[in-house]
Write a protein that binds this ligand. Structure first.
Ligand code: AMP
Length: 194
């Protein structure tokens, strides 16, 4: 399966996040999965790529051309396939189309934007891929509480609220992705806007 991993670019985060994502990525690679990601060399993007390398997995990096002008050190260049795009939105579209599942690891606004885009597209029935949130160090507890409030106040419906799942361990994420059956998901039976 082709797994798209979104996550922090920041090089200043605690090592625990790095270790957990490297470990998840290596385990995914060893189970025969491949990586699609934003081709950053730092933060959790770098961790995902190094983990896949360690597990001898295939890597597709997708990054806008303008990052090259900022200096190659921000780019993870050791990918099996590298796609340079003109814009950030083109890059996101390629990452979204070229994968079978999404993993959201801790990140900043870039990661949030990517998460909400794939969630919005799923809500609109544009894809039905698994979305797993890796809640390392309870990083996403605040998001979970906020989304509960959004649901309880009826700004989103139940199908949207249930479209993604939080996980604390790499093993649970891998089990979820490998056993995910889009046709079993409850929102399949609902119409857009229900
Ligand atoms: P952030 O969560 O704000 O650190 O942004 C990380 C996400 O946005 C990644 O999943 C990337 O797709 C994209 N992104 C942001 N900054 C960079 C960067 N310096 N290099 C590559 N991708 C980046």
């Amino acid at each position: 399966m082709k797994v798209c991993i979104f996550g922090a670019a920041s090089a200043h985060i605690d090592d625990i996040y790095i270790k957990k994502v490297e470990d998840l990525a290596e385990k995914l690679a060893k189970r025969g999965h491949s990586l699609v990601f934003g081709a950053g060399a730092t933060g959790l993007m770098g961790a995902a790529a190094r983990g896949f390398k360690a597990g001898k997995g295939y890597i597709h990096g997708v990054i806008p051309e303008f990052f090259r002008e900022e200096g190659v050190e921000v780019i993870f260049t050791d990918c099996d396939k590298m796609t340079y795009t003109e814009t950030m939105s083109e890059r996101k579209r390629i990452m979204e189309d070229d994968c079978d599942a999404f993993i959201i690891t801790p990140g900043g606004i870039g990661t949030f934007e990517e998460f909400f885009e794939v969630l919005t597209l799923k809500q609109l029935g544009r894809h039905n891929k698994a979305i797993a949130i890796f809640n390392i160090q309870n990083y996403y507890d605040g998001l979970e509480a906020f989304m509960k409030q959004v649901y309880e106040r009826k700004f989103i419906n139940f199908k949207c609220y249930e479209m993604y799942t939080y996980f604390n361990t790499a093993e649970e994420i891998i089990d979820y992705l490998e056993s995910y059956k889009p046709e079993d998901t409850p929102w399949q039976k609902l119409k857009i806007g229900d």
